[in-house]
Every structure is written in structure tokens, then in C-alpha cells.
Design a protein around this ligand. Structure first.
Ligand code: AMP
Length: 568
């Protein structure tokens, strides 16, 4: 995919400066197409959805046209919700940071109308509003449209779903004929096509043409996270999976710098790669990554292009990519040269819909995962240390150490050698923190989102409220996996048990660690001398069996299969 830089788009220098401040590395695919057409003054139908950079795709050409000296209303953007109106207004204000005298006002139902009227009187050139409230102001003549030269409909299909069709038509029919009409919509239902026909003049359709993509065979997981816990979740995944080399992708240069700082602050060997780096710095970062001294490379899509490193074990989509094609390129950085690869996507709020579309378009499977709890991490860390301990016991002479401990235990009445071992393990594991993330929220499948629209509404937007996770009764009231529902659990048999010096924690660590399911989801573990039964959620049982193929526990080859019923 060809990269279009913002400085190739003949933009006002003040907008370019703002875009640089926002950390954008290059125009997103929809921006690269939509901006030049709008700057020619053409009407546009843009097929793009949230997360593609669509706001700047219409916001930048809009700002190019606004006359800051005139205090008349010059543009109206219609949005389906108050949240979107606020977000769009904020993004346009950020883009207009260096354009003095431009006033952007979001107006929506529920907010004090007198305050809005005062704001409108204050020389607002751009109104971003929900259709009902915009109409209200037009009726009151507190919005005057004589000088409006641009109208934008953002998320037109969503406005249709919310019953705003008539309002949109009324507003459009009252605007000056000489105007530019821009419409963005993720889908193009008949009603939206009719609006385009009635109210636009020979509109140019812009959308990102989808190429046939081959999705690499990489295990793909996703986690629903809160913005504030993103770094923490990424660190937990790094601790849990311990990839030797990984690449984390961010959408902006600024985010790359922030994440590198956060990771370094937490003691990880991370370095950033983006377009602001000089060739010499770039080479240094890449050499360090290739040698393994840098374990995590944090990069933008553009900067990561052309990187050729074979043994990347994990890819993190720290930000969800703006384009499906980027997703495929990103995850293709791992799983090379016949090696296994794993990709983790962290989604915040509505980004989950972007990921669902990526899954659909790429015809791939992105599996939901519960965020690992600190307990999970502790179990796995302990497992890893205990493995090293067992190697030491098997391979080295520990007589000196045994003598020291024996002496101590004899001296101290209150302490056993087991206490000493436990304390040493705690020391080796480092500090334990309080769990700041609510890990009880069950992961929900991207396919389930289809049954439930945004914010829990059904997809038509007017139905009854469904359960947000769309899963029904399998999860208990606190959202924890209901281990009592036997039908939901499958019993697996594994040919290793107490006689082989195996403990339940070994089995738990192997099942959770290899398959990636949260330790919390594993049900009862019943150990016998030479075999063990483990209960896992039915929907993950095949994935667990696949993951447990060719796995060793404490150096022993193990075999796992579905239990034949005698185990209960
Ligand atoms: P939108 O699709 O408009 O909701 O944008 C999603 C996010 O992408 C917003 O946080 C934008 O600030 C950001 N964004 C927009 N354009 C770019 C770009 N060219 N590069 C990186 N981030 C961008």
C-alpha cells in the first residue's frame, strides 16, 4: 500500500503543524483518498467507519475552507449521538489548533439550550450537532444557514438506524443550494443512497478498495481493555507469554514514544521506531532488536514497513489498525520461517466493532480472551522459576546451599525448610502488587457483537436491551466462569500424575500457558497417581487439546485427550 504523507496533500501549513503535533505519521488510506477530492470542492460519499481516521478525512478539508475572519456559521456536521458530536468537535479543534479565530461548537439534546444559544451567538463557524437539536435551533432561528457552504453527515447509516432520516432530509432541504455535501457512512442502505441522490451533486464515492489478503497462520487473541489499563494488560501478556522478541504497533508517533517510555519505566527492554528518527538512530534500534538486546520494538505501521526479522514471537496491536490491510501486515511479522506466532489486539470501547470488521473481512478468527489476573501471572511466574529450580536440583551440586539452610532451620524453631523455600520463591518472584484490573469480565466473541448493536442495543437500534456480553447464563452473577454448569465444561485426560512429581499447579500452568485461556477458566483438576483429569470450558476444549500437542511438563512428554466418561 502506497504511503501518502500529509505534506503531499497541499494543506494549509497550520493544519500540517497540528497534524504533526497529533503524532500522525501518514494519511490513513481513507484520508489519502477523501481529502484531495473534497479539496476540489466535490461532493463525497465516504464509506468508512470509526477508527479509520474518517473525522480528519472530512475535518481537514473542511478547515481548509473556513474563513476565520467571518463570524457567520459556515458549516454543519450532523452526528447520530452526543458522544460522537463531542468527539468530532474535539478532533476538529485539535486540527484547528493553529488557526486562530475558528470556533467549533457541539450541540446536542439534553444540554441547556440557552447556553447553546449563547455559544452560537459568539461567532461559531462550525456546528457539530445531533439532527434533532440542530433542527430545533433552525426553527428558533438561533442557527442561520445563509452562509453555510458545507454540510457533513457523519455515520449516516447510524443516524438512519436511530430514526433521524426525516430530520436529515428537513435540514438538507433548508440549506443553501450552493454548498458542498459530504456524507460518511459505514454501510450504504437504500435510504442513504436515496439521500445521496436527492441532496448531492454527482458525488464521488471514496472507499478503500479491498485486496485479496492471505492471513498468516498466527494465533490471534483480543482483549477488551480500558484506556488506563492498556499498558498494564500489555505487561501482563508479556510476563505470561514471555516472548523473546515482539513488535507492538501504535497508530501515532506520539503513542510510540509514550508506550516506549511506559515499558522502559516498568523495566522492559523496549525501543521505538517511527518516522521522526534519523537513519542512524533507526539502524541502532534495529541492530539492537535483531541482537535481542531490545526485546520489544514499538513501531508505527509506516516505520515497520520493510523490517525483516524472522524470529518475532509475538505481535501486539496496542492500537487497533486503521485499515484491514495493516492488520494482516502487522500479524504477518510473527509466525515466520515455520515458527509459531501469536498476535494480541487490545481494544478499547467501540474499537471492538472495527476488530469485528477486520475479522470478517480477513476471514480469520480473533479469539476473545479474559485479561490474565495477577494470580494467573503469579502461577505462571512461579512455574517458570520452579522449572529452573528443578534443573538446578538435577544438574548442580547444591550441598553448600543445603548446609546453609539446614543450619538455619536447626537454629530457628519457627521455621521449616519448606518455609525457607517458599520465602526464596517469593524473593525470586519480586514484588506483588494489588490487582487493579477487574479480571472477572468474561471475554465476548466478535461474532456475538452482530446480535447486539452499539451500547447494547440490538442492531436495528430500537429493540430491547440485551445482555452486553451476549452470552446468557453461562456466566455467574459476578461474571465469573460458572464451573458448576457441568454441561459447559469438558473433562480432559492427561497421562501424567502424582507419581511423576506433578502438582495441580503444573497442569494449570501448562493448560493456561499453552492455550492462552485464563487460569480462572480451568475447572477442577483431579490428580491420580499416573493420570489427571482437568475440566475446561467446552468452547475452548479443542483449542486446549491443540495447544497441548507436543507439550512437555517438567521435561516429560505428555498426551492429552477427551476423557471417556469414566473420569467423573
Ligand atoms: P476516527 O476514525 O475519526 O474515529 O479516528 C480514530 C482515531 O485515529 C482518532 O483518535 C484520530 O485522532 C486518529 N487518527 C486520525 N487520522 C490519523 C492518522 N493519519 N494517523 C494516526 N492516527 C490518526
Amino acid at each position: 500500500m502506497e504511503t501518502v504523507r500529509f505534506d503531499q496533500l497541499e494543506l494549509d501549513e497550520r493544519i500540517l503543524r497540528a497534524v504533526t503535533d497529533m503524532g500522525f505519521e501518514a494519511a490513513s488510506p481513507i484520508q489519502a483518498q477523501a481529502i484531495p477530492v473534497q479539496m476540489e470542492g466535490r461532493d463525497v460519499v465516504g464509506q468508512a467507519q470509526t477508527g479509520t481516521g474518517k473525522t480528519a478525512a472530512f475535518g481537514i478539508p473542511l478547515l481548509q475552507k473556513i474563513d476565520p475572519k467571518s463570524k457567520k456559521l459556515q458549516a454543519i456536521a450532523l452526528c447520530p449521538t452526543r458522544e460522537l458530536a463531542i468527539q468530532v468537535a474535539e478532533e476538529i479543534r485539535r486540527l484547528a489548533k493553529y488557526m486562530h479565530g475558528i470556533k467549533v461548537l457541539p450541540i446536542y439534546g439534553g444540554q441547556d439550550i440557552v447556553r447553546q444559544i449563547r455559544g452560537l451567538k459568539d461567532g461559531t463557524q462550525i456546528v457539530i450537532g445531533t439532527p434533532g437539536r440542530v433542527m430545533d435551533h433552525m426553527r428558533r432561528k438561533t442557527i442561520r444557514c445563509d452562509h453555510v457552504h458545507t454540510v457533513i453527515m457523519d455515520e449516516a447509516d447510524e443516524m438512519l438506524n436511530m430514526g433521524f432520516l426525516e430530520d436529515m432530509e428537513t435540514i438538507l432541504s433548508q440549506l443553501p443550494e450552493e454548498r458542498q455535501t459530504v456524507m460518511f457512512s459505514a454501510t450504504m442502505p437504500m435510504e442513504i443512497q436515496n439521500i445521496a441522490k436527492r441532496f448531492q451533486r454527482e458525488p464521488v464515492t471514496v472507499k478503500v478498495v479491498k485486496k485479496e489478503l492471505t492471513v498468516p497462520k498466527v494465533t490471534q487473541y483480543y482483549y477488551e481493555v480500558k484506556p488506563k489499563t492498556k499498558v498494564e494488560v500489555m505487561c501482563r501478556l508479556l510476563d505470561m507469554y514471555a516472548p523473546k522478541l515482539s513488535i507492538a504497533f501504535c497508530n501515532t508517533k506520539r503513542q510510540v514514544d509514550d508506550l516506549v517510555q511506559d515499558l522502559q519505566g516498568r523495566g522492559y527492554f523496549a525501543e521505538g521506531l517511527h518516522g521522526d528518527l534519523k537513519q542512524m538512530q533507526r539502524d541502532r534500534v534495529m541492530n539492537s532488536f535483531r541482537s535481542g538486546a531490545t526485546e520489544i520494538l514499538v513501531a508505527t505501521d509506516v516505520a515497520a514497513r520493510g523490517i525483516d526479522v524472522d524470529n518475532v514471537e509475538a505481535v501486539f496491536n496496542y492500537d487497533i489498525p486503521q485499515d484491514d490491510e495493516y492488520y494482516v501486515h502487522r500479524i504477518g511479522r510473527t509466525g515466520r520461517a515455520g515458527k509459531d506466532g501469536i498476535a494480541f489486539s487490545l481494544v478499547v470501547g467501540r474499537e471492538v466493532y472495527k476488530l469485528r470488521d477486520i475479522q470478517r473481512y480477513c476471514k480469520t478468527k480473533i479469539i476473545p480472551q479474559a485479561i490474565p489476573s495477577l494470580d494467573d501471572i503469579t502461577t505462571i511466574k512461579a512455574e517458570k522459576i520452579m522449572e529452573q529450580v528443578m534443573d538446578l536440583i538435577n544438574d548442580t551440586d547444591l550441598t553448600k546451599m543445603v548446609n546453609i539452610i539446614e543450619k538455619k532451620v536447626l537454629e530457628e524453631e519457627e521455621c521449616t525448610s519448606l518455609d525457607v523455600a517458599a520465602a526464596l520463591l517469593k524473593l525470586a518472584m519480586g514484588e506483588e502488587n494489588e490487582d487493579i484490573i477487574d479480571c472477572s469480565r468474561p471475554a465476548r466473541s466478535l461474532d456475538d457483537l452482530d446480535r447486539y448493536g452499539r451500547d447494547g442495543r440490538n442492531s436495528r437500534g430500537r429493540g430491547s436491551r440485551g445482555s452486553r456480553d451476549g452470552r446468557g447464563s453461562r456466566f455467574g452473577r459476578e461474571g465469573r466462569y460458572d464451573r458448576d454448569g457441568e454441561d459447559d465444561m469438558v473433562r480432559l485426560f492427561i497421562n501424567i500424575g502424582k507419581s511423576q512429581n506433578i502438582r495441580p499447579g503444573d497442569i494449570l500452568g501448562a493448560v493456561a500457558g499453552e492455550s492462552g485461556i485464563s487460569g480462572k477458566m480451568v475447572g477442577s483438576i483431579d490428580m491420580y497417581d499416573n493420570y489427571t483429569f482437568v475440566d475446561v470450558p467446552r468452547e475452548y476444549s479443542d483449542a486446549v487439546l491443540r495447544a497441548m500437542k507436543d507439550v512437555k511438563i517438567k521435561g516429560k512428554n505428555v498426551h492429552m485427550e477427551k476423557a471417556n466418561g469414566k473420569g467423573r
